[in-house]
Design a protein around this ligand. Structure first.
Ligand SMILES: O=C(O)CCC(=O)C(=O)O
Ligand SMILES: [Fe+2]
Length: 519
C-alpha cells in the first residue's frame, strides 16, 4: 500500500475504506484489523477496471453497502461493498482532480467538485450528469444538505458559493476577503456558514449574502474548520500549528490549543460533550477537553503527515489515514467517549387510525373529507389519519414531514387541534437551527428567537386547523416547512393530523388501484 489520501469509516458495522495514491480503494475490517480486500471488478486488476490514477476522495454508506471514490483524473467509481466489486465507472465529466465530493446513497446522487472549477451533480444510478455548473478557481471543499438540495463550496478565488442542486444553479457568491478559502461548513436551515483559508481569519457568514463576523487569532493560514451551529462554536486548525476554539456568537477565541509541531490538517469534534481530536503534518493525534482547553492524550506513532481523520465520539472510536501508508484505528478510551444522549427528537405518543375506522366512524370520515378539501388534495394521496397526544412536558423538536433521503415526500400536512393544552404546546415554525436540540425549549420561551429565524408559532384553539405545504408546486422541498411542538406546560394536548403524499400512495385508505383487465 501507498500514501493514504482519504478514509471513510463506520464504527457500528466496523468497516472502513482507504483511498490511496497507488490507485487502490481498500475495504478493511476494523475488528480484525485486516484487509477485506481491494475493491475491484470481476476481471480483477486495473485494465479498464478500478482507478488508474491516484484516488483523492472516498465516501460511503456502510449500511447501504455502497461507496463512491474519486480520482485525480476526474473518474468516479461506484462500489458495491457487499461484493467488493465495481458497480460502474463514471467518466465523461471534467478530467481534472476531484478535490471534494458528497454523495447520498438513498437518492443515488453525488455533488462533485474538480480542480478546473466544475461542479457536477451526478445521477449515480444512470452514471449521467444531472447538472453541470461551474465555480471559480479550484473549489477545495463542498458540503451538501441532501434534504434541502443545497450545497456550498469554497475556492481558491476566495469565494464561498451557495448552490441550488435542484435547479442546478449558483444562488450567490460571498467573498469575505481576497485570500484563498480552503475550508467551509454550513448550516442550511439557518443559512449560516463558517469559512477560512490563507488570510488566517475565520469568517461567520450569513448565506443570504453578508459576512457577520471576522475572527482574528491565527498567525498563519487556516486549513480546517469544524463548527456546531447549535452550540455556536467552531474549531480551526492552522499552518501556525495551533487549534483555536471559537465562540461564534461573540467572535472570541475561547482556547488556543498548542500541542502540535506543524500544520493542523484535520479536526473532529463533539461539542455536545466538548471533546475533540486534531491531527496533521507532525503525525500526532491529539485528544482535547474543550471545556478546559487541556490535552487529554496524544500519540505520535504516524511517521508522516496525517491526511484524514474520522471519529465517532459516542462510540469512542476514530480512524486516521497517513502519507506513511498506514491507517490506524483508535480506541479513544473513556475520557474521550461521550455518553449517548437519549432520543430527544420527540417525547409525545402518536398512532394511526386503521382503514376500517376511516369508513365506519362517521366523524373520522367527515374530518378526513374536510381535510382533503382544505388541502385541495385528491383521494388516494392521504396517509391514514394520525392522532398525537402530549402529556405535561412532552414535545416534538423541529423537523420536516418529508424525508427526502428516504424518498418520503409529503406534499401537505393538515393538523387539527382536538384538545389544546392549557399552556405551552404551541406548534412552532422556527426556521432557525438554534431552535433545535438543546436550545429548543429556550426558543419556546423566547419569541424573539423564533422571530429572528423569521418563523412564527401557532397556539391552536379547539377545532382549528393548521395547513402547511412542505413542497412548492414544482415539487421542490421548502425549508420554511420546518416545524415542531413546544413542551406542554399545563394540561394535555391532542392533535389529529393528515399527511398527504406528493404521489398517489398505496397505503392510503382511499387508494383504489386501476383494475388490471388482463387478469
Ligand atoms: O403537534 C404539533 O403541533 C406538531 C406535530 C408534528 O409536527 C408531527 O407529528 O409531525
Ligand atoms: Fe411534523
Amino acid at each position: 500500500m501507498s500514501a493514504i489520501y482519504d478514509v471513510a469509516a463506520d464504527f457500528i458495522t466496523n468497516k472502513s475504506l482507504t483511498a490511496s495514491w497507488d490507485t487502490s480503494v481498500i475495504l478493511w475490517d476494523l475488528n480484525a484489523g485486516t484487509e477485506v480486500g481491494p475493491l475491484t471488478c470481476s476481471g480483477g486488476g486495473y485494465g479498464g477496471c478500478g482507478h488508474t490514477v491516484s484516488v483523492w476522495r472516498v465516501v460511503a454508506d456502510f449500511t447501504a453497502e455502497l461507496a463512491l471514490s474519486g480520482d485525480s483524473g476526474g473518474t468516479l467509481i461506484l462500489w458495491n461493498l457487499a461484493t467488493g466489486q465495481e458497480v460502474r465507472a463514471i467518466t465523461g465529466g471534467p478530467s481534472s482532480i476531484i478535490t471534494d465530493m458528497s454523495a447520498d446513497f438513498g437518492l443515488l446522487k453525488a455533488f462533485v467538485a474538480t480542480s478546473d472549477g466544475s461542479m457536477v451533480v451526478w445521477d449515480l444510478s444512470a452514471g449521467t450528469q444531472v447538472h453541470a455548473m461551474s465555480a471559480n478557481y479550484n473549489p477545495n471543499q463542498v458540503q451538501v444538505d441532501w434534504d434541502l438540495l443545497q450545497a456550498i463550496s469554497c475556492d481558491n478565488s476566495g469565494n464561498l458559493v451557495l448552490w441550488d442542486l435542484d435547479l442546478g444553479q449558483e444562488v450567490r457568491q460571498i467573498k469575505p476577503n481576497v485570500g484563498k478559502l480552503v475550508t467551509c461548513q454550513a448550516d442550511f436551515p439557518s443559512m449560516q456558514a463558517v469559512t477560512a483559508g490563507d488570510d488566517s481569519e475565520l469568517y461567520l457568514v450569513d448565506l443570504s449574502g453578508s459576512v457577520v463576523r471576522t475572527m482574528t487569532g491565527h498567525t498563519n493560514g487556516i486549513r480546517t474548520v469544524v463548527a456546531d451551529f447549535t452550540a455556536m462554536m467552531a474549531l480551526t486548525g492552522s499552518i501556525d500549528s495551533t487549534v483555536i476554539l471559537w465562540d461564534l456568537s461573540t467572535g472570541s477565541a475561547v482556547h488556543t490549543l498548542t500541542s502540535h509541531l506543524s500544520t493542523v490538517q484535520a479536526i473532529a469534534a463533539d461539542f455536545s460533550c466538548m471533546r475533540a481530536l486534531s491531527t496533521g503534518n507532525d503525525g500526532k493525534l491529539v485528544a482535547w477537553d474543550l471545556d478546559t482547553g487541556l490535552q487529554i492524550a496524544e500519540d505520535g506513532s504516524h511517521t508522516d503527515r496525517v491526511t484524514s481523520l474520522v471519529a465517532d465520539f459516542s462510540l469512542g472510536k476514530a480512524l486516521t489515514g497517513s502519507r506513511d501508508t498506514v491507517a490506524k484505528y483508535w480506541d479513544l478510551g473513556e475520557a474521550m467517549t461521550c455518553a449517548a444522549s437519549p432520543d430527544k427528537v420527540r417525547t409525545n405518543s402518536q398512532f394511526y387510525l386503521d382503514q376500517a375506522e376511516h369508513y365506519q366512524v362517521p366523524l373520522v370520515a367527515e374530518l378526513v373529507r374536510r381535510m382533503h378539501v382544505l388541502a385541495r388534495m385528491p383521494d388516494g394521496h392521504g396517509e391514514p389519519l394520525q392522532v398525537g397526544q402530549y402529556h405535561l412536558g412532552e414535545f416534538y423538536q423541529p423537523h420536516f414531514d418529508s424525508e427526502l433521503s428516504q424518498n418520503l415526500r409529503r406534499a401537505v400536512t393538515v393538523l387539527v387541534y382536538l384538545d389544546p393544552p392549557k399552556a405551552g404546546g404551541e406548534t412552532i415554525f422556527p426556521k432557525h437551527r438554534k431552535c433545535q436540540d438543546a436550545d429548543f425549549a429556550d426558543c419556546c420561551n423566547r419569541t424573539e428567537l423564533i422571530a429572528e429565524g423569521k418563523g412564527f408559532w401557532v397556539r391552536g384553539k379547539k377545532g382549528q386547523a393548521v395547513v402547511f405545504y412542505s413542497h412548492d408546486l414544482d415539487g421542490r422541498h421548502n425549508p420554511l416547512s420546518m416545524h415542531g411542538s413546544c413542551p406542554v406546560l399545563a394540561g394535555e394536548k391532542w392533535v389529529a393530523q393528515q399527511w398527504f403524499r406528493l404521489e398517489p400512495y398505496a397505503g392510503s385508505p382511499y387508494f383504489f388501484p386501476v383494475a388490471d383487465s388482463a387478469t
